[in-house]
Design a protein around this ligand. Structure first.
Ligand code: GUN
Length: 292
């Protein structure tokens, strides 16, 4: 049986449409309040990947007419000093929301820092109050990556009701909230959800049952064609740099899915780059708009 070419869940295009609406709302806010929505991002230390992510977030704010502030702090900062900075940001009336980019250096307890962020400024949706609200279906901030994926499925009209969604990965940032959002009584949602992880036995037999496969395992090109059911919808959350001497840059970006061999089996697939990544940032912008 030959499979039709897969269609792309194009996060860049979907984001452009959403960001045009966000920019229009930002100018309404500016007209009404005399200042645009304002997001701050705290970056501790010098991790290259984190710097790239934070800089993309700051640039996205500028592109939609938000104000953004990048707060760079040294690796040597103590937990107490960082908690003090968080308190100052909580109390800053000129700031609508802020994020503390993870991971933090090992000597800082990330859970304690997250707990210190005022829930009404927690535009990452990581505070236990916002996680609790998400689980209970109450209004609050949803974590950016899973809610970006939901928006991507919505944008492309992917049917989800009654379908089997397998999520690989159980992180607090992606896998766990993803499972909750896909199982909610909403549209998109109403999936039967399986969360697979590093202790799952015979992973391929589980992933082959997935109508919708969401991969957030953090391992380059981990999912291969034999793990995917023909016609599945595949969403790749991973992003990795791998050496490639054939490229001028010396590297290329890949996801957690071996795109070339998996894509021909799928009905829809989110590419890397240009799939989930832009949607994560768009969700952060939407949360910031909501915060103000
Ligand atoms: N590290 C990886 N993803 C994220 C994110 O969405 N927010 C924050 N704060 N840190 C991250």
């Amino acid at each position: 049986m030959t499979q039709a070419a897969p269609q792309l869940l194009d996060g860049k295009r979907c984001s452009e449409a959403l960001r045009a609406r966000i920019a229009a709302s930002a100018s309404d806010v500016q007209a009404r309040r005399g200042r645009p929505p304002h997001l701050a991002a705290v970056l501790v230390g010098n991790d290259g990947a984190s710097r790239t992510y934070v800089e993309s977030k700051v640039k996205a704010c500028q592109d939609v007419g938000f104000r953004s502030t990048l707060i760079r702090l040294p690796d040597s900062i103590t937990e107490a000093e960082l908690l003090q900075r968080v308190q100052e940001l909580n109390q800053d009336p000129g700031l609508d929301g802020f994020i503390v980019q993870l991971p933090l250096p090992a000597h800082i307890d990330a859970d304690r820092v997250t707990l210190a962020i005022a829930p009404e400024k927690d535009v990452d949706g990581f505070h236990p109050e916002n996680i609790g609200r998400m689980v209970l279906g109450q209004p609050g901030f949803l974590p950016a990556t899973p809610s970006g994926i939901v928006e991507l499925l919505r944008h492309y009209g992917i049917p989800t009701l009654g379908r089997h969604c397998v999520v690989i990965g159980r992180s607090h940032i992606v896998g766990t909230p993803m499972g909750i959002l896909m199982s909610r009584n909403t549209d998109p949602g109403n999936c039967t959800v399986t969360i697979a992880h590093s202790r799952t036995k015979d992973l391929a037999s589980i992933t082959r049952q997935a109508d919708i496969l969401i991969v957030a395992i953090g391992k380059p090109e981990f999912v291969t064609a034999d793990m995917v059911k023909p016609g599945a919808v595949v969403v790749d959350v991973g992003i990795h740099r791998i050496d490639d001497a054939a490229r001028k840059s010396g590297f290329r970006l890949v996801g957690d899915v071996k795109f070339e061999e998996v894509a021909p089996k799928c009905s829809w697939i989110a590419p890397v780059p240009g799939g989930v990544g832009p949607m994560t940032i768009t969700s952060l912008l939407l949360n910031t708009l909501k915060a103000c």
